[in-house]
Ligand binder design. Structure first.
Ligand SMILES: Cc1cc2nc3c(=O)[nH]c(=O)nc-3n(C[C@H](O)[C@H](O)[C@H](O)COP(=O)(O)OP(=O)(O)OC[C@H]3O[C@@H](n4cnc5c(N)ncnc54)[C@H](O)[C@@H]3O)c2cc1C
Ligand code: SF4
Ligand code: SF4
Length: 411
């Protein structure tokens, strides 16, 4: 993130703080705040990080400090129900796209892809900012989907770094009307950028997100390929999941053959061990800044734990704003999704990863502070109340664990 030794400009103090704390989420918001002078690049062990190539003026420096989710996030419940674990929300439903192809190719019930396809077909937006597979088959690139076929191309969760905000300035040119799909941190940065730039609220009336447990590095995907007995050089395309629910991680090789493994093995045993530091101290893996959020509405076993057996996909639709509620209502009225009411008290059981991270967060932040490492400034995210839910044993274990890892700089 720092400048090249030969460069003649002052490096951004905000980006420097982010780098010192390994706080970057990779969203690309800083590149949007200073286009042409900050670009996102893959850096070892395979995360997208900002690289500054020119001087920033004081206004740009201050803007990055306000919008960067690595430095902090603010949530204002503004009269909505405000759950300690899940933040502000208006309504919750489970359901799926009624388009069999979108449902099959989608990560869970195809809810996000259906919303995108509907907004395009109805002429509400000219394009949807999202991500799709890059030339490097395990990596992502930001794309503008302009029709259903391109939405389908982008469907499915891709457990790899993504910077969907990196090209925002170019996307805003020409006054196009857009929707945005991204990780919760991407949407938090976009919402904060919207407070600085009126074009964003005008041109991007829908910001959609998904529950996010964290972004694994590029090395994580390479480890999956190695476990499949192949390598990046031999792989022409790679799907992390989708085509069923949860769908299998599938590599297609040069000779046309495929190798695959279950979601439990790919995410649970490999990818989740490669996630970036910022994700381990993420206060908002559930998209509090978005209008509408989708997640996996897993079935549970007798103990309440999620089942990952293959079946037709079902999304959780979590409505965060009036705009998100109106969109879900229109999707329903147009017959594009079918939904049923969801009891939010079930969410803590079917999303144990999200629940546990919220319970652990305060202890992890205090552990990092205790050894002098910078942490994000979170406001309105009920971190203390979540820690009280978690209890003292969880607190002690996570505090000590973070101090130990931090001292070894194992993040
Ligand atoms: C990194 C990551 C972590 C996740 N963690 C959780 C979790 O903790 N709990 C949970 O329930 N579900 C998690 N998911 C899955 C996610 O919840 C489902 O994708 C969601 O249910 C949406 O399903 P869908 O069928 O509506 O989406 P789809 O119709 O398949 O659409 C998915 C959309 O997400 C976009 N997208 C995919 N990968 C990325 C990425 N890396 N960065 C930005 N945009 C992307 C695609 O471009 C597409 O527009 C995670 C997904 C990712 C990528
Ligand atoms: S979190 Fe986003 S805005 Fe902050 S430094 Fe990283 S890419 Fe830039
Ligand atoms: S876990 Fe949080 S910080 Fe990490 S990618 Fe997901 S939303 Fe962003």
């Amino acid at each position: 993130m720092s400048r090249d030794a030969s460069s003649q400009f002052v490096p951004s103090s905000s980006l420097d703080k982010v780098a010192r704390g390994s706080l970057c989420a990779g969203c690309g918001g800083c590149a949007a705040a200073a286009p042409g002078r900050i670009a996102m690049e893959l850096q070892p062990p395979g995360y997208l990080r900002p690289v500054q190539s020119g001087p920033l003026d004081a206004a740009e420096e201050a803007r990055i400090a306000r919008i960067c989710p690595g430095l902090g996030q603010r949530v204002n419940p503004a009269g909505r129900r405000n759950d300690v674990l899940w933040g502000p929300w208006i309504a919750a439903e489970t359901g799926n796209s009624t388009d069999p192809e979108l449902r099959y190719r989608g990560s869970s019930g195809g809810g996000l892809s259906q919303a995108a396809a509907y907004l395009l077909e109805a002429g509400e937006v000219d394009a949807v900012i999202c991500i799709a597979a890059a030339e490097d088959p395990v990596a992502n690139r930001p794309v503008l989907a302009t029709n259903r076929a391109e939405v389908l191309e982008a469907a499915g969760s891709r457990y790899a770094p993504s910077s969907p905000l990196a090209d925002l300035e170019a996307h805003l040119q020409g006054g196009r009307r857009l929707a945005f799909i991204g990780k919760p941190c991407d949407v938090a940065a976009l919402r904060a950028l919207a407070a600085e730039d009126p074009r964003i609220s005008r041109q991007i009336p829908w910001m959609l997100s998904f529950f996010c447990a964290g972004v694994p590095s590029h090395s994580g995907a390479e480890a999956v390929l190695a476990a499949l007995g192949t390598s990046l050089g031999e792989t022409v395309s790679f799907r992390y999941r989708g085509q069923g629910w949860p769908g299998r991680a599938t590599a297609t090789l040069r000779d046309g053959s495929t190798r695959d493994m279950s979601y439990h093995d790919s995410w649970g045993e490999i990818l989740s061990r490669h996630i970036q530091h910022r994700c381990k101290i993420c206060a908002d893996g559930t998209g509090t800044a978005a209008d509408l959020v989708c997640a996996d509405a897993w079935e549970t076993d007798d103990r309440g734990y999620p089942l990952f057996e293959e079946q037709d996909g079902t999304s959780l639709f979590l409505v965060r704003t009036a705009a998100g509620g109106a969109l879900l209502e229109r999707l329903r009225a147009a017959g594009k999704v079918e939904t049923a009411p969801f009891d939010m008290s079930r969410l803590r059981a079917i999303q144990p990863g999200q629940r546990n991270r919220r319970h652990a967060l305060l202890a992890r932040l205090w552990g990092l502070r205790a050894i002098g490492r910078p942490v994000p400034d979170y406001r309105g995210l009920q971190i203390g109340a979540a820690a009280r839910q978690g209890g003292s044993a969880v607190f002690a274990r996570n505090f000590l664990g973070m101090v130990r890892r931090g001292l070894r700089r194992r993040d």
